[in-house]
Structures are given as structure tokens and as C-alpha cells.
Design a protein. Structure first.
Lengths: 265, 679
């Protein structure tokens, strides 16, 4: 970061080779830019970024399994580069990016616009705390995008989860419960394995099937199919027991809603 | 001698007037019973059988008046035997008159009267009349005298008692005042006759007149009571006008001309003096002629406004026009109109009904139709029929169906609709029709504007939706990016892809929703689309197409296959790093029973697939597939079929099937070949 006079080190992630190559060719023509590598999908992108530690990453918004925002969510904060998202057309994303001062490019990428992005990146790199700032900006944009596109976003069938150096794609139907602890989610599977994920419970909930995943309390989401027993506790609240043996408190308000949902069956 | 001549003149006039009045009453009664018989229903026998009483009254009055006229005409034969018998008949008729009047009063007015008392009174009345007529005939037969004084005594004192009885019966009831004085008048008629004979040789011409013409006021009263408007329209107005005219002429003669004539005739008449005289006479004559319309208007106003308190039509028309203009819907307008007309015409009930189309077409052009119209005007509700008899129907001549009709229930006091009334009704009906037309036009325009706006909105939306659905921006920008890349690495391939994109764009824009194109045209679009996507996804997208050439001329709705393919790529292939295969197949299912075969088109991908829940979620979002299903259903109804089958991580299969016309396709094919051959 001190090497200001050195070249801007960039990576590209896009699942479509023509788009990737198009951008790569354009970047090679720009002065003061070093292209460190290209990734074909989100998981590859994470590996590439953590290995090469680029200054700037061009992330395609639509990629199979782990998309551009998924990459941002799963990256270690200490490895977070500056990010420019690339998308063909997405109103919600563009709005979320603009609101949070996250840079983005529209396909097909315009050379002048690309130069602006590069210039802005150089300026941002001059700040000492740019990494933290960028991390905050992109997380905020991701959250914004999730809540804005909630109604139209596709439902998740698998949740990408970071496990050390690996990206694990956890099938949603294997999840028994999701417990929120601040910005961190603890996911417990039906086989009692636990995973951690940086996501807002509300945003994740909006991308899950509401008939399957219901709230037990402000901080707990449960897969109804794994719900084994709901027993009353002294004082009017309830405790839910899941098929994996997990026990969760049910808030008074949710117990009523839960009862309705269960009685329906 | 002069007084005798004057009395004779008044006798003549009186009997003629009497005869005219009773004739009128007879006609009214007969007309009413005819109308009644046509609309007769099971529960109005009492009403229809009642009509013989006024008829009888009229006949008796006629006999008296015509007989008296005859007596005046054949004064020299008064002593003959036939004459005395005729005279007895006349007096008998006069004697029955009060009995019939009493009968009609007892029957008509109040059913709650004590039955026994009524019967007794009735029996007494007829008994008296019968006894009197027996006396008359006996007198005529035995003594050949003109009239039986005993009979007159019996009538006078008998009916005096009867009227006292009537008074006792009905004293406390409302509306009986008229009844009593009609009865009293009839009694007076008889007793006046009696009196005139009592006066004997003491000749007094006014007693003579009162005696002979006492039946006149009776006729007036009955007519005024039951047929007030007819009396006014037919008789009163004309009589009054004539009377006034005669009075004017006489006045002018007496006060203006007589002195002049007297002066002129004193000296020797010479032409120079006679000329102004003739001038004055001619002037009087012309003046009287000019006076006539003025008098007529004045009298009819007097009769209508003062005597009958009939509504002033001009004023009423303005009032109604104002009210009609304020109404905002046909129903409230007609309701209000009915209320107002019922008051104005003194009708017992005015109501409206909507005409069914066939009745409306049968309806005559005339707006107002008086008389019993039940056969023509469809079926007035039973409730209305049984309660109130419809005397006229008024068509509201609106330009468009449905038209309406007013039904005027019978009017009070036996009033009929005369020319002025029907004119008025016609005017009002036209006014109402114009207002209803105007309301309808406004309503229609509003609706049309709304529809147009809606259509416009829908059209715009549909266009946009069509563009978005067929060519979603993702696809378009990604295609452009691909072309951008190809320009750098392979300009020829870039040109190719650009041309494919152009073809696809043209195809999507050209074929509007609902248009039929050939399967080969659709497949061209699909192939153009697949080429572009293949350039983008490269070997991640594998395609197989199995559409036999024999099917390529079949006509299918435009853009039903391309969206399926696009959907397969968007949701099946692009979410997978490894990509997958898209297979398009078409086959024809022969159906020998008719000309319509069924075309099955299957689009299968080996892509991501979707769980049922994800699918449901996706489809509620208004996926392109919904619109295809809707369009197929719109074109082919239940003959079209749409099947969707998806398994997570295995892929999705969509099959559509719909009828196609083999014959039509063959013809099109032949024509294409012919054209090709011609070229």
C-alpha cells in the first residue's frame, strides 16, 4: 500500500469467458495496471484474492454458486481489496452500490468508465484505513441489495460458507437452525455440525422458504421439518426441541404464530 | 206570449241539454265497462258488474229527456192513448232515477255499511219507484190522465224518508256529503215535478222549468262526480264558450246595435245610412269570430285552473324539464317522473318498466298509446294489474335499447287522457328520453375513455413486457459484451453474432403477441438466440435440436418456444459452473378424427432444476412461463397443455402442446413451394 507509484494490482472474476476476456483485454491496454489473475467463479475468486492480495477486484455480480456479493461476504476482512462490481443489468444492485459508494461497472464495459474506476481506486488506496472502509461499504451494499431485492431474489438452495480455506455449499434442507449473534450467524445442521456465517438473519431469512424456516425468537430461525417438540415452560414461554436434540427458547409472541403455523398442518 | 215563447225555448234547450248530458254519461259508462272487460281479472268482478248502474242512470235520464222532447214536438197528440202510455213510461223512468242513484251510492262508496240496513234502504228505494211506476201506468191506462199524483206523492215523501235514512247511515263518514246531495237532488227532481203538477192552472213558467229540468243538475252532478274531466273537456268548455259568445253577441246587439238600428229605421232608409249599419253588423260578426279563440282559451283556462284545478301544462313542462335535467341516472329520473306525473294527471299510479327488446321492436312509433294495451306492452306485474288498471302506456323513445315505458294507472274521477294530455305526455317522454340519451352518452364516453386508457396502458405494458420477457436486459447486455469480446479476438465471429442478435431483435419486435408464425420462423429465432448464448457461455452450453423438417410449416403462436429456451438457459445453465445441455424437440401427434393434430414441443435442460417451492416462488414472481401458459390458453383454450417438471440438480423439462391445423400448414407449404417454383 505504500507503493503508490507502482502498478495497480487487479484481479477479475466472471464465469463467462468472453466477458472476462473482454475486460482483461481492456485492462491490459491501461497503463499502470497489473492483472494478477482471472477467476471463473466465486470460490476461485476468493482463493485468488487471498492468495494474490490485489488492490482492486472486478467481481461479476452474477456467478454460479457464489456470486459477487457472496465473495465479499466470505472474504476475510484483512484480505478485503477494493471492489468494483460488474453487472449487465441489475437495478437493485446499482442502487445499492450508489447508496454505499461502492464502485460498479456496466457490461459491456466502457473504457472511459473503467479509467474512472481505476483512478478512484488509486485515490482510495491513499487512505490508511481503506480496507476497513471498503469492507463496511461492500457489506452495507450487500445487505441493502438483499433487502431491496428480497421479493424478487431467487431463493437460496445452498448457502456458501467459508471454512478455513474452503468454500462449502451447504444445502438449505440440511440446516436445522440458524442462531444470530450480532452480525454472525451460527448454523446448526441436522447432523449437529455447526458453521458460522457473516450475514444478517433478516436478510438470510428473506432468501429462504418462509414455509420451511420460521422464527422462534428474534435471534433464532428454525427448519420446521426438524422441529420435534414444543413444550411449555413455567412463565408462559416455550422450549422447542429439534430432531438433532437442540433445544431453543420460543418467545411468547412467536409461540402464538408458531402454534398457528403448526396447527395448520 | 213572449214569456210563453221564451219558456218553450228554454224547455227545448233544457231537454236537448239533458239528452246530451245523459248520452254522454251513457257513453262514458259503456266505454268504461268495455275497457274494464278487456283488462278484467279474476278479482275485479265487483268493479266490472258495477257499471250497469251509471248505464241505467243514463238510460233513465235519456228516456225522460227524449220523452219530454217528443212531448214538446207532438204537443197536439197529447191526448191519444199511446201518448199517455209513453208519458207513464217517462214518469216511471224519472221515478226510478233516484232509486238507481241510491243503489249506486250504497254499492259503490262503502263496503263497511251495515248490510241489512243497506238492503232495507235499497229495497225501499226500488219499492217506492216500482209502486210509483205502477201508479203511473194504472193512471195512464185507466183514467188516461197524464200523470199519477199519487205516484208523485209516494216518491216525494218516500225518498224524503229514505234520504233521512241515508243521512243516519252515513252521517259520520267522510266524503258522504256529495252522496247525500246527489240523493237529495234526485229527490228534488221528482218532487219538483210533483210541485209543478200541483201548481195546476196557476201557470208559472219558472216552476215549469224547474219541474221539467230538475234532472239536468242531477246529470251535471253525476258527471262532475264521476267523469269530471270528460264533462269539462267535452261539454263544459264548449257550452261555456257558446254561452259567452251568445251573451256577447246579445250584449252588443242590445246595447250597441239596437239603438243604432232603431234610429236608422225611424226615418226613411237610404243607402248612405244603411252602409254604416251593414259595416257595423259585419264588424260585429268579425269581432265575434275574433273573440271566439280568445274566449275559448279563457274558458278552458277557467275550467282547468279554477273549476278542475288541473295542472297548467306549460308550467308543469318547465318544472319537469328542470327536474329531469337534474337527474343523474335513468332510474332516478324515471322514478321522479312517475311521481310527478301521478300528481299532475291525478293518476292513481304511474310506474315505469324497462321494455324487453322484442316488445320494443313491436312497439308503434307513437310515444303515447292510450287505451288498454296490455297485450302489446308485455306483462305488467300482476300486482299492478290487479290494483290499478293501466289506461295508457307512454314510450320513452330513447335512441338505444333498452327503452322504457310509463304505465299510467287510471285517473281520478273517471278522467281520460285527451289530446292535450297525450301531447304533454309525449313531450315529457321525449324530454326524458333525451336526458337518458345524454346520460348514456356521457356514461358511455366515460367508459370508453376509461377503456381506452386501460387499453393503452395494457398495450404499452404488454409491449414492454413482451420486450422484457423475450429480451431481458441481462441477455441483451451480455450479448453486447460477448460481441465486444469477439470484436477484439475474432471480428468475423463478432459480425456473425451481431447479425444473429439483429435477427433476434427484429423477430421479437416484429411478431406481436397473438400472431401466428411458422414453426421454422420460430426456430430461426430460437437458433439465433442459442447462437448468441453459445458465444457467451461457450462450451458450458450444449444444444440439441430435434425438430423434423416436415413440421416446420406448421403455424404456431409467435414466441412460445424461444422464452422456454431462454428460461432453460437462465435458470438451468447459467447458475452452474459446469453448464449443461438444452434439448429442444418437437413431434406431431396425429389425430385422424379431425383436421387438427397436436404439436408437442419439449424444452429440456440438464441444469440446476428447482424444488417445487422455489418454482412456486419463481412463478408467483411473474415468470415468463406464466405468460406462455396464458397465451396458449387464450389461443386454444383447454386444447392447449403446459407441463412443467423440475428436479433440483437434475434439470427441468417443459412441454407445451397445442392443436395445429395440418391442412392449413400443407396449403401454406404448397403456396411457398409454388412461389419458389415461380421464382
Amino acid at each position: 500500500m505504500t507503493d503508490l507509484n507502482e502498478k495497480l494490482r487487479v484481479v477479475i472474476a466472471d464465469d463467462e469467458r468472453p466477458a472476462r476476456s473482454f475486460l482483461a483485454a481492456m485492462l491490459r491496454e491501461c497503463e499502470g495496471v497489473e492483472l494478477l489473475g482471472e477467476a471463473e467463479n466465486g470460490a476461485e475468486a476468493i482463493q485468488l484474492i487471498e492468495r494474490e492480495k490485489p488492490d482492486l477486484a472486478f467481481l461479476d455480480l452474477q456467478m454460479p454458486e457464489v456470486d459477487g456479493l457472496g465473495v465479499v461476504r466470505l472474504l476475510r476482512k484483512s484480505r478485503m481489496p477494493l471492489v468494483a462490481f460488474v453487472t449487465a443489468y441489475d437495478e437493485y444492485a446499482v442502487r445499492a452500490f450508489e447508496l454505499n459508494a461502492v464502485d460498479y461497472l456496466l457490461k459491456p464495459v466502457d473504457r472511459a468508465r473503467l479509467l474512472q474506476t481505476l483512478q478512484r481506486a488509486r485515490e482510495r488506496l491513499e487512505l490508511t484505513d481503506w480496507r476497513t472502509r471498503e469492507s463496511e461499504r461492500t457489506q452495507a451494499a450487500a445487505a441493502e441489495y438483499d433487502s431491496a431485492s428480497g421479493a424478487t431474489a431467487q431463493r437460496l438452495t445452498r448457502i456458501p460458507i467459508r471454512q478455513n480455506e474452503e468454500i462449502l455449499l451447504l444445502p438449505v434442507r440440511d440446516i436445522a437452525s440458524i442462531i444470530a449473534e450480532g452480525e454472525l450467524l451460527h448454523i446448526t445442521t441436522t447432523t449437529n455440525q455447526t458453521y458460522h456465517l457473516a450475514y444478517r438473519l433478516k436478510d438470510l431469512e428473506s432468501r429462504l422458504d418462509p414455509d420451511t424456516f420460521v422464527r422462534l425468537s428474534r435471534s433464532a430461525l428454525v427448519n420446521l421439518e426438524t422441529l420435534h417438540r414444543v413444550s411449555p415452560l413455567p412463565g408462559g414461554s416455550y422450549v422447542a426441541t429439534l430432531t438433532n436434540g437442540q433445544q431453543l427458547n420460543v418467545s411468547r409472541l412467536q409461540s402464538r404464530i408458531l402454534r398457528e403455523q403448526l396447527l395448520k398442518l | 206570449m213572449a214569456t210563453h215563447a221564451a219558456a218553450m225555448l228554454i224547455n227545448w234547450l233544457g231537454f236537448i241539454t239533458g239528452a246530451a248530458l245523459y248520452t254522454m254519461l251513457l257513453l262514458m259508462a259503456l266505454g268504461e265497462s268495455r275497457a274494464g272487460s278487456i283488462v278484467k281479472t279474476s278479482d275485479e268482478d265487483s268493479e266490472s258488474s258495477f257499471n250497469w248502474l251509471p248505464t241505467a242512470t243514463a238510460l233513465l235520464g235519456l228516456v225522460w229527456n227524449l220523452g219530454s222532447l217528443a212531448a214538446l214536438g207532438f204537443i197536439e197528440h197529447r191526448t191519444s192513448h199511446a201518448w199517455t202510455l209513453l208519458n207513464a213510461l217517462m214518469y216511471s223512468a224519472l221515478g226510478f232515477l233516484p232509486a238507481v242513484v241510491v243503489h249506486s251510492l250504497l254499492r259503490k262508496r262503502d263496503a263497511t255499511l251495515p248490510k241489512l240496513a243497506s238492503l232495507l234502504l235499497l229495497g225501499a228505494a226500488y219499492g217506492l219507484s216500482l209502486t210509483a211506476s205502477v201508479f203511473h201506468f194504472y193512471e195512464a191506462w185507466a183514467t188516461r190522465s197524464e200523470v199519477s199524483h199519487w205516484a208523485l206523492h209516494i216518491l216525494t215523501f218516500g225518498f224524503c224518508t229514505l234520504i233521512a235514512g241515508l243521512l243516519w247511515l252515513k252521517s259520520l263518514r267522510q266524503g258522504w256529503r256529495q252522496v247525500i246531495w246527489i240523493a237529495a237532488l234526485s229527490w228534488f227532481a221528482v218532487s219538483a215535478q210533483h210541485l209543478s203538477h200541483h201548481s195546476g192552472e196557476n201557470y208559472s213558467w219558472w216552476i215549469e222549468i224547474i219541474g221539467h229540468h230538475a234532472s239536468l243538475p242531477l246529470a251535471f252532478v253525476i258527471l262532475y262526480q264521476d267523469y269530471r274531466f270528460a264533462l269539462a273537456d267535452l261539454f263544459l268548455k264548449r257550452a261555456l264558450v257558446l254561452l259567452l259568445l251568445v251573451a256577447c253577441a246579445f250584449g252588443i246587439y242590445a246595447f250597441a246595435l239596437k239603438p243604432i238600428i232603431a234610429r236608422s229605421l225611424t226615418s226613411e232608409p237610404n243607402p248612405s245610412e244603411i252602409a254604416p249599419l251593414v259595416l257595423v253588423l259585419v264588424g260585429t260578426w268579425i269581432g265575434a269570430a275574433f273573440l271566439y279563440p280568445w274566449l275559448r282559451n279563457g274558458v278552458s283556462w277557467f275550467v282547468d285552473a279554477i273549476i278542475l284545478r288541473r295542472s297548467n301544462f306549460d308550467w308543469l313542462r318547465e318544472e319537469l324539464a328542470k327536474r329531469i335535467a337534474e337527474q343523474e341516472s335513468a332510474e332516478t329520473l324515471l322514478d321522479d317522473l312517475c311521481r310527478q306525473l301521478a300528481i299532475a294527471l291525478t293518476s292513481r299510479k304511474v310506474r315505469w318498466q324497462q321494455l324487453t327488446s322484442e316488445v320494443a321492436s313491436q312497439h308503434p312509433l307513437r310515444a303515447v298509446h292510450t287505451g288498454p294495451l296490455l297485450a302489446r306492452s308485455g306483462r305488467p306485474s300482476r300486482e299492478f294489474r290487479t290494483q290499478v288498471q293501466t289506461i295508457a302506456t307512454v314510450l320513452i323513445p330513447t335512441v338505444d335499447a333498452p327503452q322504457y315505458q310509463l304505465e299510467i294507472g287510471e285517473l281520478a274521477w273517471g278522467r281520460r287522457l285527451f289530446a292535450a294530455d297525450t301531447d304533454f305526455l309525449e313531450t315529457v317522454a321525449t324530454m326524458a328520453a333525451r336526458r337518458i340519451d345524454a346520460l348514456r352518452v356521457v356514461h358511455e364516453r366515460c367508459q370508453r375513455d376509461l377503456r381506452e386508457k386501460e387499453m393503452h396502458k395494457l398495450a404499452t405494458e404488454a409491449e414492454l413486457r413482451a420486450l422484457r420477457a423475450q429480451l431481458n436486459p441481462h441477455f441483451l447486455f451480455n450479448a453486447l459484451t460477448t460481441i465486444g469480446y469477439l470484436i477484439q479476438v475474432s471480428p468475423d465471429q463478432a459480425m456473425d453474432t451481431l447479425m444473429r442478435l439483429t435477427a433476434l431483435l427484429r423477430g421479437v419486435l416484429r411478431h406481436s403477441d397473438g400472431e401466428f408464425i411458422s414453426l421454422s420462423e420460430e426456430m430461426e429465432l430460437v437458433e439465433a438466440y442459442l447462437d448468441i448464448e453459445h458465444a457467451r457461455f461457450e462450451d458450458r452450453l450444449r444444444v440439441s435440436i430435434d425438430v423434423p423438417d416436415s413440421l416446420r410449416e406448421l403455424r404456431i403462436p409467435a414466441l412460445v418456444i424461444q422464452p422456454l429456451v431462454e428460461n432453460a438457459i437462465k435458470h438451468g445453465i447459467s447458475p452452474l459452473s459446469a453448464g449443461g445441455q438444452v434439448a429442444i424437440a418437437a413431434r406431431l401427434e396425429r389425430n385422424d378424427s379431425n383436421h387438427s393434430d397436436t404439436l408437442h414441443v419439449t424444452v429440456r435442460d440438464t441444469g440446476a432444476g428447482a424444488s417445487a417451492e422455489t418454482l412456486r416462488h419463481a412463478r408467483t414472481r411473474g415468470f415468463g412461463l406464466n405468460s406462455i401458459e396464458e397465451r396458449l390458453e387464450r389461443h386454444f383454450g383447454s386444447a392447449a397443455n403446459f407441463r412443467f417438471h423440475s428436479v433440483p440438480s437434475q434439470g427441468t423439462t417443459v412441454e407445451i402442446s397445442f392443436p395445429v391445423n395440418r391442412k392449413l400448414a400443407a396449403q401454406t407449404s404448397a403456396r411457398t413451394q409454388a412461389l419458389t417454383a415461380a421464382d
